[in-house]
Design a protein around this ligand. Structure first.
Ligand SMILES: [Zn+2]
Length: 359
């Protein structure tokens, strides 16, 4: 039976009160959700939110990470490790080493690597249970709870990253605004999110792999993320619509879902043993067999469609790098007429501009 769920009250991103119910009664983990789309900015909102108790249960029920913080079988985890190195290399191409915060740090692979390279690092996680693997495995400093109530000082961080974590946060929009305040002038914010306006999202509807209800509370797009960043005083300096880690597989699993096979069956097969569903939720042997048969075809199709996504800048996930203006605080008082000058790592004030950047 369809359950009537009222729309959200107000879009946290643009303030609109007008929504379209894009996906009705999406059933996951024995509950039913709607995905509303804001008519003002296109932000998707899972409704209702699963509630803290249910969400805590889902993150703890070994359906997300195992006790050691791992999610996948060994070969996949090895690939994931090498991708984290690439991620850090990109950050270092855009920022000098300093203080880095990873919101939703998970197992903490990237933070541990950054620490080894000389960064001062801190992570933020949902609760002590989800923070435990990064603390135990790498001895990382991982705080829990919200960005706004963890004692981070304004203008104190060089880099803040949200790698596929923003869409999980109940106050995601406010958290981006808060992150902008915590960055030093010239600091870098990195967001990687599933793209609600991507080709794979539009093609596969509620079967889209990266919709991931109810873990994903919000469904951002490249365009409304950029608006959010601009409004928070940040300038987008880089935007990428190709992710080897997320986008081809997003197509593969979405195609299999569209074929009517058990939802996310292949993804579950790739998970580490203790995370694989048991009993009725495991999926039939026939579904597993058909998945294996279809895999070469959907694999080839995913290469073609991933290329199309990149060509039309409609990637299934999008990575956005944004910089806080070196003059952001000064501009609020005195518009700078002369562009800032950089000489190596030393910031030099434009002539006649005396604002102290540290206050
Ligand atoms: Zn909106």
């Amino acid at each position: 039976m369809d359950i009537a769920i009222p729309a959200p009250d107000k879009c946290p991103l643009c303030g609109s009160t007008s929504f379209e119910n894009r996906y009705k009664n999406v059933k996951r983990f024995k509950r039913s959700y709607n995905v509303y789309e804001c008519k003002g900015c296109g932000l998707g909102i899972t409704h209702p939110f699963p509630g803290l108790d249910h969400l805590t249960g889902l993150y703890s029920s070994t359906s997300y990470r195992d006790k050691g913080g791992k999610r996948f079988i060994a070969p996949v985890e090895t690939v994931v490790r090498s991708l984290r190195t690439g991620r850090l290399n990109k950050i270092e191409s855009l920022s000098t080493k300093g203080r880095m915060l990873d919101v939703g740090c998970g197992l903490g692979l990237m933070l541990a690597l950054a620490r080894d390279r000389g960064w001062e690092v801190v992570g933020l996680e949902f609760n002590n249970e989800t923070a435990a693997p990064a603390r135990k495995e790498f001895g990382l400093n991982v705080r829990t709870g919200r960005l706004s109530n963890n004692g981070f000082e304004k203008c104190s961080l060089d880099v803040i990253t949200f790698w596929h974590s923003l869409e999980h946060l109940e106050d995601a929009v406010d958290d981006v605004r808060e992150a902008a305040k915590l960055l030093k002038p010239g600091g870098l914010l990195l967001l990687s999110v599933p793209n609600f306006e991507s080709l794979q999202s539009r093609m596969s509807g509620p079967g889209w792999f990266h919709l991931d209800v109810p873990f994903h509370l919000y469904h951002f797009s490249a365009s409304n993320i950029k608006k959010l960043l601009k409004d928070a005083g940040l300038e987008v300096v880089r935007q990428e619509h190709f992710s080897l880690e997320f986008n081809p597989f997003g197509f593969i699993q979405s195609f299999l879902n569209m074929a009517g096979l058990r939802h996310n069956l292949l993804y579950d097969i790739l998970k580490t043993g203790s995370l694989r569903p048991e009993g009725d939720e495991r999926g039939s042997a026939a579904d597993t067999y058909i998945t294996a048969l279809l895999l070469p075809f959907v694999g080839i199709a995913s290469v073609f469609f991933t290329a199309l996504e990149v060509l039309f800048r409609r990637g299934g996930t999008v990575d956005i790098y944004a910089r806080k203006s070196p003059l952001i605080k000064a501009r609020l008082r005195t518009p700078a007429k002369t562009p800032p000058v950089f000489e190596g790592n030393t910031y030099m004030e434009p002539e006649g501009h005396q604002k102290n950047m540290s206050d």
